[in-house]
Structure formats: structure tokens, C-alpha cells
Design a protein around this ligand. Structure first.
Ligand code: AMP
Length: 447
């Protein structure tokens, strides 16, 4: 069969690489993919953007694609799964109605409150209802969020009431386009963040291996927020007791609530949680897709066939219940290598060196913002140049190592990082430090 992966980032490279390992898969198409997917055995890039649903549907029909997996949230929120389903094509992801869990923060806050799922207290306003007096009455700091999709940039943590009023006013005035027509003002939560990702098929849940990411750009979790600078799996903070609590207090009531509201969920469901000092798993956000960069270390540990898991979820609850997921007991850790300037305006077109040397080392380098330089081409005729891979995006690569502990996986990941170079490359030097501190206090028990 043929599998289609939609998207072109590091998550999609990992999904394509994993699906290509399935003995049932003849070819994996990636739309649009990147230089990493272009070079992967059994994988072919197709020059269609992830949000061009009409062209993607035509491609799936022309190539007789047996399974489509959607990487990014944009096409999911736009309803790609409904369109594929209407055409009789298996597409792994939530419907447009269920994807509102990521598409609208005001919708999600109302949903969480109504179903009594732990989350920060909040109020939502539009231009007409906005009341600065509400903000002045709240304790600081305050979190101001644009309601809609804002590519991870629509969240501001404000230390003064004036800053919060200013941020909300700017959003309502259009600084985030239509994403900011509604704003959510939220209580600031303390604690440690955890990503909890599952495959859901209505009420049946297959929790994936635990993971944790680093969102800030700089060492010590400082500096501006990014899409994610690294991640590792497992996350030692998620003890069996906390795991059970997250399932009971967050995942199960969310899926029950969606079904009760008439929007049963299918696909990857990602809960971004802030674990309070007393262990309460407060929901910060839901994503309706796999995380990036969490996908890369998690799939490095997945030994089962991902295509089988997605097909079981699509076949319905009974089938997903019967699958047996196997994980590599080792830890995996991914370090994101980003372009100079990221997450602000960043450089593009810098040639990347050392990828061949890195490919001979243990571990795996997943590509995100990479492309083949024009002129050198990807053709393999006589006299063709070896293609030069250049940077094309903010997050460029994710180097993933495996090891008997998070510390050992970190060592392997940084050996890959040190083999690779381009002008003004930046990366954090401390990915996994919280887990490694925990390991140092207590011998690792991987799960
Ligand atoms: P979100 O997109 O809602 O997950 O927000 C992005 C990031 O902002 C989160 O990963 C947190 O680091 C931070 N954040 C969001 N909401 C809160 C909150 N209520 N309290 C503290 N930090 C938050």
C-alpha cells in the first residue's frame, strides 16, 4: 500500500521514516516534505502544500493512497479529515469539529470547565465585551491568549495589569488577524510542563510513551518561546501514579465530553499539561496532532508498526484495544538545531555541512526546514552534482540519540549535533537537564 504524510517538518520526516519501515508499505508520499524525506528510502516528496486540500485529495485518488496521516494542525482545523472521509479515503486525524480543541482556546476553556477537567481559571472577551476592569481585578502575572491558531505565538505572559490590557487590546485590534478576534485571559499556573500524547479512537485510548519538551530558546529554559528546542522520552516526572491521574482526570473525561457533545475524537491527541506541586494535571492546551519535536524521540522508541496502529484506530475501538504496542526500553532525546535569529526573523539558504558524517554515527537526524539548493538538483543522471542541502526554515534539524538513560541519549544526540555545522547555527546545550537531574537523584526506571 501507499501512505501519504501531509506536512514538511521534523514531525513529518519522523512519521514518513517510521511508516516506510512497515513491511506492508510500498511507498510513502510526503506533501510537501523536505530534503530529509527526499533522501529517505521508499519515500517520495510531492510538491503540494499541506493546506491545499483539493490537490491532496486528487493526489490520494491518483496514487490510490491507502492511508493518509496529517501532521500539522492547519489542515485538520480546516476539515481535511471530513473531506477525505466524504471521498471514502482513510485519513488519520480528528474531524473539523473535534479539531476545534486546538483551533479555538475559548471553545476549549468552556469545554474544560463544563466537563470539570482541571485548568486555569479564565475569562474570554471579544471587542464588544472586553472589560479592562476584569484584568485589574486579577492576580499577576496574567496570561493573555489569542483564541485561534497563531503558530505558537499567540500567548503572552504579562507581569503588570497595564501590559495585559495592552496585549489584549492589540489582539482585539487585529495584531493576530482573525485569531485574536476573541481573547482568553488566564490565571498563571506554576509547576512543570508535560506533554501527554495518545492515539484516540472515540473512547479507546492508546497512550504513547511519555515525553517532555523545551519551549524556550535558551539554556536553563530562558529566552523567548519557540515551537520547541528539544524533547525526550520517557519523562521521568510522569510516574505511574501521575500517568493514571492524567488518564483519569484529563484524557478520559475529554474523550467522554467530546462524544457527549457529538464530536467523537479520532487521531493523535496531545495534552499540554502544567503539573502543580500537589500533582494536579492542569490543561494548558490541547493539540489535535502529534507534537514537534516530541514525535521524533517518541517514534525512535516505537517498535510496533505505526501504520497498524493508525489503521486499528480507524477501524474502531475494538481493533485499537487489541493492539499490543512495543517500546524500546531505552530513552531517546532530540536536540533541535535552528537557524540564526530564530524564533524572530531568521536566515535562510545556508549550506549545511557534516550530514554525511552524522549519518555514520549512531542515532538519527530528522530534517525540518531543509531543502535542496537550486541548480544542484536531486536528479541522479551522469554528471549530476551531489545535492547541497541548505536551511529553509527556523527549526532546521532534530538530532536524536538513544541510550540506557536520558543522560546517555543526550550524549549520543550531541555527538550528532557536533558533527553538523552551518553559519550561525544555534541549539541549546542542556536538553533533558531536568530528567537528568532526576536520574542523578534516583536510579533510572524507564517506562
Ligand atoms: P499554549 O499554547 O496555551 O500551550 O501556551 C504556550 C506556552 O505558554 C505553554 O507551553 C506554557 O509554557 C505557557 N503558558 C500558557 N498558559 C499558561 C498558564 N496559564 N500559566 C503558565 N504558563 C502558561
Amino acid at each position: 500500500m501507499k501512505v501519504l504524510i501531509i506536512g514538511g517538518g521534523g514531525r513529518e520526516h519522523a512519521l514518513a521514516w517510521k511508516c516506510a519501515q512497515s513491511p506492508r508499505v510500498d511507498e510513502v508520499l510526503v506533501a510537501p516534505g523536505n530534503a530529509g524525506t527526499a533522501l529517505e528510502p521508499k519515500v517520495r516528496n510531492v510538491g503540494i502544500e499541506a493546506d491545499d486540500i483539493d490537490a491532496l485529495l486528487k493526489l490520494a485518488a491518483r496514487e490510490d493512497v491507502g492511508l493518509t496521516i496529517v501532521g500539522p494542525e492547519g489542515p485538520l482545523v480546516a476539515g481535511i479529515v471530513d473531506r477525505f472521509a466524504a471521498a471514502g479515503r482513510a485519513c488519520f486525524g480528528p474531524s473539523r469539529a473535534a479539531a476545534r480543541l486546538e483551533g479555538s482556546k475559548a471553545f476549549t476553556k468552556e469545554f474544560l470547565e463544563r466537563h470539570r477537567i482541571p485548568t486555569a481559571s479564565y475569562a474570554a472577551f471579544d471587542k464588544d465585551s472586553f472589560d479592562p476592569a476584569y484584568i485589574r481585578a486579577q492576580r499577576l502575572p496574567l496570561v493573555v491568549k489569542a483564541d485561534g491558531l497563531a503558530a505558537g505565538k499567540g500567548v503572552l505572559i504579562c507581569e503588570t495589569h497595564e501590559a495585559a490590557i495592552e496585549a489584549a487590546t492589540a489582539m482585539l485590534g487585529g495584531s493576530f488577524g482573525s485569531a485574536g478576534h476573541t481573547v482568553v485571559i488566564e490565571e498563571f499556573l506554576h509547576g512543570e510542563e508535560v506533554s501527554f500524547i495518545v492515539i484516540a479512537s472515540d473512547q479507546t485510548v492508546l497512550p504513547l510513551a511519555t515525553s517532555q519538551d523545551h519551549k524556550r530558546r535558551d539554556d536553563g529554559d530562558r529566552g523567548p518561546n519557540t515551537g520547541g528546542m528539544g524533547a525526550y522520552s520517557p519523562a521521568p516526572i510522569v510516574t505511574p501514579a501521575l500517568h493514571a491521574r492524567i488518564m483519569r482526570e484529563v484524557i478520559e473525561p475529554t474523550l467522554r465530553g467530546l462524544r457527549a457533545d457529538g464530536n467523537p475524537y479520532l487521531g493523535f491527541l496531545y495534552a499540554g499539561l502544567m503539573i502543580a506541586a500537589d500533582g494536579t494535571p492542569n490543561v494548558l492546551e490541547f493539540n489535535c496532532r502529534f507534537g514537534d519535536p516530541e514525535t521524533q524521540p517518541i517514534l525512535m522508541r516505537l517498535q510496533s508498526d505505526l501504520v497498524d496502529l493508525c489503521e486499528a484506530a480507524l477501524a474502531g475501538a475494538g481493533a485499537l484495544d487489541r493492539v499490543d504496542v512495543r517500546w524500546d526500553p531505552r530513552a531517546a532525546l532530540g536536540v533541535v538545531m535552528a537557524a540564526g535569529g530564530y524564533p524572530e526573523a531568521y536566515r535562510k539558504g545556508d549550506p549545511i555541512s557534516g550530514l554525511d558524517a552524522a549519518a555514520r554515527l549512531p542515532g538519527k537526524v530528522f530534517h525540518a526546514g531543509t531543502g535542496m539548493q537550486a541548480g544542484t538538483g536531486t536528479h541522479t543522471g551522469a554528471g549530476a552534482h551531489a545535492a547541497q542541502i541548505v536551511t529553509t526554515g527556523g527549526r532546521v534539524l532534530c538530532a536524536v540519540g538513544l541510550g540506557e538513560s536520558v543522560a546517555a541519549a543526550q550524549t549520543q544526540a550531541y555527538e550528532l549535533v557536533h558533527a553538523i555545522h552551518w553559519n550561525l547555527v544555534q541549539y541549546r546545550r542542556d536538553i533533558g537537564y531536568r530528567a537528568i537531574e532526576r536520574e542523578a537523584r534516583k536510579p533510572a526506571s524507564l517506562g
